[in-house]
Ligand binder design. Structure first.
Ligand SMILES: Nc1ncnc2c1ncn2[C@@H]1O[C@H](COP(=O)(O)OP(=O)(O)OP(=O)(O)O)[C@@H](O)[C@H]1O
Ligand SMILES: [Mg+2]
Length: 265
């Protein structure tokens, strides 16, 4: 890989559990290239969301190194951290929990523009219009409250918010998992279009191996806080090498294919 956009080495994060501590991340090494989709798959509790939060600097790791675009991310503080934050964003599974549900769509999209001082105050309403158009939402939605719009519309707002600062990396933590199949396909098409046009890299966290196979370039398999396998998506899912990779594929094959007789070839 040419010099990666993001690289993590030896990331560790422990949490307290009763009297003891346990490692949610037990030495994670990971690289994400500019413009690629890296899927992160693993069983529930394997550390996917914890890793996402550490990469986004929402929580601090106990050990390890993290570089973004050549910068030592863990060493940055204050205004330099604020500045680099505009370059990576996250979309969560449930935008109702991530946003104030009583906030209007306009408010949700205004905040990142204000915080990162993007465009002058007078220009921002127009910027918001452009963002809405970018994610396929009608301009008439801007005055609606988050709790008044549909789940698919809300996830488009979450994507609009994530791309408002022109990020190079967007982490999608089960961002399409709660959507029904047709809305999910629309959002995946939107994400692919944004990636083509803006060269955004995605860390795509998902339990849906069929979706991962069809949309990701590479896959990383995480098990008990360690990356146990990475590889090209179609190849890895066709022939996983790790025990966890094999178990995830075997479990997926037991599920009926959503739109076909069989899940995997
Ligand atoms: N703030 C916290 N305090 C204590 N334990 C935590 C905290 N956050 C996560 N954990 C624990 O760390 C482990 C990894 O959790 P994490 O949310 O990263 O898993 P995940 O792979 O995202 O799972 P899922 O697929 O269910 O979303 C779990 O055992 C979880 O209970
Ligand atoms: Mg999670």
């Amino acid at each position: 890989m040419k010099s990666p956009l993001l690289s993590a080495t030896g990331l560790q994060k422990t949490f307290r559990r009763g009297e003891n501590r346990f490692a949610a991340l037990a030495g994670v090494d990971l690289e994400i290239a500019a413009g690629e989709t890296l899927a992160l798959v693993g069983p529930s509790g394997s550390g996917k969301s914890t890793l996402a939060r550490v990469l986004m600097r929402l929580i601090e790791p106990d050990a390890g190194a993290l570089r973004f675009a050549g910068e030592n991310l863990l060493a940055l503080t204050g205004s330099r951290l604020r500045a680099i934050r505009s370059r990576f964003q996250m979309v969560f599974q449930d935008p109702l929990a991530a946003f104030n549900p009583r906030a209007t769509v306009e408010r949700v999209l205004y905040d990142p523009l204000r915080i990162h001082r993007i465009a002058g105050r007078g220009e921002r309403p127009q910027r918001i219009g452009a963002l809405l158009e970018r994610v396929g939402l009608a301009d008439t939605l801007r005055g609606r409250r988050i709790h008044e719009i549909s789940g698919g519309q809300r996830q488009r707002v979450a994507i609009a918010r994530a791309i408002a600062t022109g990020p190079e990396l967007v982490v999608l933590d089960e961002a399409v998992s709660a959507l029904d199949v047709s809305v999910r396909a629309e959002i995946m098409a939107l994400l692919a279009c944004l990636q083509r046009e803006q060269n955004i890299a995605y860390l795509f966290i998902s339990h849906d191996l069929a979706l991962v196979r069809d949309t990701a370039h590479r896959v990383a398999v995480i098990d008990q806080g360690r990356i146990v396998e990475t590889g090209e998506a179609k190849r890895l899912i066709a022939a996983p090498a790790s025990a966890m990779g094999k178990a995830l594929v075997a479990a997926a094959m037991k599920l009926p294919r959503r739109n076909g007789p069989e899940f995997l070839p």
